[in-house]
Design a protein around this ligand. Sequence first.
Ligand code: GLP
Length: 258
Amino acid sequence: MHIVIRPSAEAAAFLAAEAIAQALRANPGIVLGLATGRTMESVYARLVYLHLEENLDFSACHTFNLDEYVGLSRLNRNSYRYYMHEHLFRHVNINLQNTHLPDGEATDLDAECLNYERLIAKCGGIDLQLLGIGQNGHLGFNEPQSPFHSRTRVETLSDATISQNSPLFLRPGQMPKRAITMGLGSIFDCRQCILIATGNQKAEIIFRTLEGPITNLIPATILQKHRKCLIILDEIAAGLLKKNNHHESGQALQPISL
Ligand code: GLP
């Protein structure tokens, strides 16, 4: 793991976007793994800016999102398909046919999960996976105790995740209790990953994820074993880290090494 700490959440998002842009410029047909959540909003805003101002070209890339709520249509404001459309897809020159999210409305959810894995494999696997982290250490919607070898499947959401995400719904009770998520094994297969975490609410879980023992009680600890993982934090989220193995704030990485 390569840990970089930036002075602010905005600077952290800029760095994540720059790393993605760099990878996209180097390989226009890249297969990107995408994530949702509040943290990613400024990453996508910066990517949109880079598209508009610096012609960052999305036309040949493919994307696979980590997860989707079961039972929400793509037109539902809380679906992750809607989120991706609002924050990224509709603003850039991406070919929508190349954008993939699990279908949370599929009649046969298990078949949908299998199909999603097949589609990722058909595209050659994920080159660069963007990751956020839940306050309980979930990646995608892999809740504590998810097996490290798990593949795309339906997951029942934990109470912690429901209380973390339900405020985003108009009526918190409307939040689905299940989601389709790429598994920890599916995520671990990506060639490179970037995890971004900002703010006070992530400080404790970042400490346990990066400096605690590897355990599936904290799914994100699997990243300690990943061959190429860049962790981007703001100073607040990094506030409880004790080891001195990270690049301090303000120190630019040129070029960004994963
Ligand atoms: C959801 C997503 C996760 C994401 C998390 C973080 O639970 N399924 O992939 O990491 O949100 O959300 P936020 O950035 O809002 O803290």
